[in-house]
Design a protein around this ligand. Structure first.
Ligand SMILES: [Cu+2]
Length: 441
């Protein structure tokens, strides 16, 4: 007689109270064997070998281990070997269930393991059946003999325990560097935090980041996806086990700067030409270079206008080649417009000589300031008609030279480049050093 038939009303109430609850619980509680017997009563079983459908491992399941147990079914108990039975969540479990040929039962025994088997199996005397499953659900599970096999058949049951895998801690995010980037995406960011696991996913708002790399459990690098609009979005890191963390926030900013024009487009190699750069995305603190030389007096008027003055231009033969103009924002984003500004060589000019007095013996090095200086043609300098030595064009507005010996007096200084000549009248004096006067106290 089946055990469940002794308690028909109790059996029904346990069924109603237990099954829906058990189905919702993460950790399974063993079902009373009477309930299982009642459920399986009347089930038509065959003793053809069956393999239970493997349950897929989900959730916080560690790497799978293979566990094989030999189960001997005899009147009126199941013996497991090896024993004790240790099954961890995620294990790939095979039960080889055998009934000895000399078992005292008439036909053999049945076997049903709740949760992991869809139906019971019968094992005839002298035969074996394999049952395989992935121990995806932790908890305690009742197994029973489903074949009436003698007077004490209802005592033929037991429980298997699947140990819960230790849950990974949820990830946390503490910082994102940089905390802002272009709405166009493509910003490489570093996400710092804790408990990051292998194969995380990273989202910026609703969009998935690319190039996600787990550096270690506290650092992820990723490339931001493009956003549909500027503004702050929540960043989400989700571990492979589904646990996630959010961080507020990453700020999508307008795309990097662009240059649409520079006016005027030409200016003297002497520099100092005021220019206006038009474009977009200019940020306060931006720098400007013209031909890789920093411009001066850079003023970011607004996000679309920058004013600046040009630096000194080149002195060699490349002077006629248009220069590129680059605007670089403090965040490192930059725009370069090539062939945008062309230097012109102004008329040869001399504005000052320093020092403008030297001893008649010569040998004093002086700096001649002016404009239109180049190295594309030979340069000579005379003091009162006598050639200076060591003449060097230092830049477009500076020449250095060594004063020659000359009689006392005030003289003209003449600078010649190629066919061009400029005279600075009475610009230099040859004089004996003044007598020192004793300081009065
Ligand atoms: Cu039995």
């Amino acid at each position: 007689m089946l055990a469940a038939m002794r308690f028909p009303s109790l059996c029904l109430s346990i069924l109603l109270a237990t099954l829906p609850l058990a189905a919702q619980q993460k950790t399974h509680e063993a079902t009373p064997f009477e309930v299982l017997l009642h459920q399986r009563h009347g089930e038509r079983l065959t003793d053809s070998p069956q393999i239970a459908l493997p349950y897929l491992a989900t959730g916080n399941v560690a790497a799978t281990a293979v566990k094989v147990f030999n189960v001997t079914a005899r009147q009126f108990q199941f013996d497991f070997s090896p024993s004790p039975v240790v099954i961890n969540q995620g294990d790939n479990v095979t039960l080889t269930i055998s009934v000895p040929a000399n078992d005292g039962s008439d036909f053999g025994h049945g076997f049903f393991l709740e949760n992991y088997m869809q139906a019971g199996v019968n094992i005839s005397k002298g035969k074996s059946i394999q049952v395989q499953f992935i121990a995806s659900t932790p908890g305690t599970f009742t197994y029973i003999c489903t074949l009436t096999c003698g007077a004490l058949h209802s005592n033929m049951f037991g429980t298997l325990t699947v140990n819960a895998a230790p849950a990974n801690p949820a990830p946390t995010i503490s910082a994102i560097t940089p905390a802002a980037g272009s709405v166009a995406g493509g910003t490489t960011v570093q996400i710092d935090g804790a408990n990051f696991q292998a194969n995380p996913t990273v989202k910026f708002g609703a969009n998935t980041a690319t190039n996600v790399t787990l550096v270690n459990s506290s650092r992820i690098t990723a490339t931001t996806p493009a956003a549909s609009s500027t503004g702050a979005v929540t960043v989400t890191v989700t571990n492979a086990d589904g646990q996630s963390s959010t961080f507020n926030s990453f700020n999508y900013e307008p795309a990097g700067p662009t240059i649409s024009g520079v006016t005027p487009s030409t200016g003297s190699t002497a520099g100092g030409t005021p220019i206006t750069i038009s474009g977009s995305g200019f940020k306060s603190g931006a720098t400007v270079t013209i031909g890789d030389v920093a411009a001066a007096n850079v003023v970011v008027v607004d996000s679309s206008t920058i004013t600046a003055t040009t630096p000194l231009g080149p002195i060699d033969g490349t002077v006629s080649t248009p220069r590129s103009v680059t605007v670089r924002n403090p965040d490192g984003q930059s725009a370069t417009r090539s062939g945008t500004f062309t230097y012109t060589v102004p008329a040869l000019a001399v504005t000052a000589i320093s020092p403008n007095v030297a001893a008649p013996a010569g040998g004093t090095t002086v700096t001649i300031t002016g404009a239109g200086f180049t190295t594309t043609s030979a340069t000579s300098v005379t003091f009162g008609g006598t050639a200076a030595t060591s003449v060097q064009v230092l830049n477009a507005v500076t020449i250095s030279a060594v004063v020659p010996a000359h009689a006392l007096g005030t003289v003209d200084v003449v600078v010649r480049q190629g066919s061009a000549t400029v005279t600075k009248s009475a610009a230099f004096q040859f004089a004996d050093a003044p007598k020192r006067r004793r300081a009065l106290h």
